[in-house]
Design a binder for this molecule. Structure first.
Ligand SMILES: Nc1ncnc2c1ncn2[C@@H]1O[C@H](COP(=O)(O)OP(=O)(O)OP(=O)(O)O)[C@@H](O)[C@H]1O
Length: 268
């Protein structure tokens, strides 16, 4: 198992209290309480449809019908002052197919820092190309790239402004194991060397082992908010996947006996 040392939690990057989101006729997130510590990699894991993307959109301030309290980097989520401090990568890569990778990045760098010198922009662009390992494809049209390469261009765009908080929605979907490993190394480098906070969603449980902390979700609720080690120990499980299944069974059993399905515990 991989173990990543935890830095002491200070003021968290994200603090949610009774966070609730209604979409259409459905309550998609139900009264969530959680924090995301600064300078760490927090994994948001759970099955498809459990509400991961909705939670991320609430954090970056693009989700409607959010109630409860949600503070991000010391401000209410969605505050205009947060725009340049947060990098958000959605599941659908947002790049211009008729521009090359470098042209895409230069374009977004110019928007991010209007009036900046072209030499400074070039430096930023080369840095993020290296970060996501796309330098060999820098002059390829984005439309000619594979799905995984296009997602890495989106990630590179998010890295341009050296954001304090990176919110990444399933960034490793469709990537081969080597690229997945390299991206997870990059995520840890961003946290350890640049002090960035990363909130990363995935429904691949083996990625959970790579996180400092985990928010395990199911059906709009948080089942656990803990470290991978603590989760395994607490449930007597070998893997985070087995721990998750244990918690799901416990929640179902509690539900069928009329008790609350919420089994959230935290060691923080
Ligand atoms: N516009 C909408 N109206 C009503 N319900 C919606 C709407 N959009 C999404 N939902 C529901 O909200 C729930 C949460 O969706 P969300 O996309 O946040 O889940 P997710 O965990 O990110 O899923 P995935 O891993 O498949 O991306 C889902 O059950 C979905 O059906």
């Amino acid at each position: 198992m991989m173990n990543y040392s935890s830095r002491p939690p200070e003021d968290p990057a994200v603090r949610a209290q009774d966070l609730t989101v209604v979409r259409g006729a459905r309550t998609v997130l139900r009264g969530l309480d959680f924090t995301v510590p600064r300078g760490q990699v927090t994994g948001l894991l759970g099955p498809s449809g459990c509400g991961k993307s909705t939670l991320m959109r609430a954090v970056v301030g693009t989700q409607a019908k959010v109630t409860g309290a949600l503070d991000v980097l010391g401000r209410p989520a969605g505050h205009p002052a947060l725009r340049t401090r947060i990098g958000y990568v959605t599941q659908a890569p947002s790049v211009y197919d008729d521009l090359t990778v470098r042209q895409n990045l230069d374009y977004f760098a110019a928007i991010l820092r209007p009036g900046s010198a072209s030499a400074d922009r070039r430096q930023d662009v080369e840095r993020v190309l290296t970060d996501v390992d796309l330098t060999p494809h820098a002059d390829a049209l984005a439309g000619a790239l594979s799905g995984g390469q296009r997602s890495r261009v989106s990630l590179a765009v998010a890295l341009l402004g050296t954001p304090e908080l990176l919110v990444l929605d399933e960034p490793t979907v469709g990537l081969d194991p080597v690229l997945r490993r390299d991206l997870w190394r990059l995520f840890h480098t961003l946290a350890a060397e640049r002090g960035a906070t990363l909130l990363i969603s995935s429904h691949v449980m083996d990625e959970a082992e790579r996180c400092h902390r985990l928010l395990l979700m199911r059906a709009g609720e948080i089942l656990a908010d803990d470290t991978p080690d603590a989760l395994r120990t607490r449930t007597g499980s070998e893997t985070v996947e087995a721990a998750f299944l244990h918690l799901v069974d416990a929640a179902n059993a509690a539900g069928s006996t009329g008790r609350t399905g919420r089994t959230k515990e935290t060691t923080r």
